[in-house]
Structure formats: structure tokens, C-alpha cells
Design a protein around this ligand. Sequence first.
Ligand SMILES: C[S@@+](CC[C@H](N)C(=O)[O-])C[C@H]1O[C@@H](n2cnc3c(N)ncnc32)[C@H](O)[C@@H]1O
Length: 161
Amino acid sequence: MAHPTPEEWDAHYTSGGRFRPLGDAERRLLAAHVPAPARGFALDVGCGLGELARHLAGSGYRVDAVDLSATALAEARRTGGPGVGYLRLDVERDDLARLPHPAYDLITVRLAWPFVRDRTRVRTSPPPVCGSWRRRRRCGPTRPAPGCGRCCWTPSTAYPG
Ligand SMILES: C[S@@+](CC[C@H](N)C(=O)[O-])C[C@H]1O[C@@H](n2cnc3c(N)ncnc32)[C@H](O)[C@@H]1O
């Protein structure tokens, strides 16, 4: 798997490059498995143009959407939509304490996980606390805490086993 630089991602988006739109199956899975809890916060990592972030916001989450491509984020911001805050962040190299919230009910990494090399760092720093607003639970690097079941790095690889 190639690991494009931020400049290469920018060039991809500038040239009109796009990725597979969010499909019906993905929407159904999200609705079935991770419906937004009251006051639920979601983090979309590698958000690109923000389609998933906007979908999650439309489903009731308040969403922080991060990407290392300034070009993608500029277009996502131009598209607009309520309930999403965008932040330029390289989740491998930047300080994850810059994330606007210390905890998220849902973390998605749609079509972006293969581009992350240091997955342990991303999964464990800061401690991947997730859980409901009222009852925080601490999840480990490979599986959610007992009874959590909400962590979801991608819809297709949500903490298998
Ligand atoms: C294949 S695109 C997917 C975009 C979007 N999630 C979608 O489903 O259309 C991968 C995205 O991940 C972003 N990305 C790659 N490595 C990243 C990193 N270390 N930190 C933040 N974003 C990253 C890229 O800039 C790109 O926008």
C-alpha cells in the first residue's frame, strides 16, 4: 500500500479525484449498529470531503472530522452542513490531544485505515476512551471494553472477535 504525502492527497482532490460514495449498505449498518446516542460525539478520521461526517451529523451525532489534506477540508467546509467541525490533523504525526473532545462515542476511519502505518499509536494515543456521555468506558487497542460495543474503526472492521 502506497502512503501518499499530504501534497499528493491535495493534488488528488484538486484534480477532481473522488472516492466511492457512501452506499446504502453502509448507511444501513451504521443505523443498525451505531445509532447516535443522546449527546453523542463522533470522530471521522481521514474524512476527505466529509460525506460520512455529514451523514453522521444528519443521524444525530455531533461530529469532528479530521484529515491531513487541506484541500479536502476546504471543499468539505464549502459544502457545509450543520453539526460537523473540520480540523486539519495528521493522526500519525500530530498531537491527538488537539482533538476537540477527549472522548467519542463513535470513531470511523472510512477508506483511510490502510493509509495509516503506525496503527498502534493511532489506536492508543490518546487513550481511546469511548462510551456514552454519562458512562465512559476505556477501550483497548484491539477491542472495546466489555459492554461497550460502540467503537468502530471502519464499518467493515469494527473490532472483529
Ligand atoms: C481514500 S480517502 C477516503 C476519504 C473519505 N473517508 C471517504 O470515504 O471518501 C483517505 C483519506 O485519508 C486521509 N488521510 C490519510 N492519511 C491520513 C492521516 N495520517 N491523518 C489524517 N488523514 C489521513 C487522506 O487525506 C484522504 O482524504
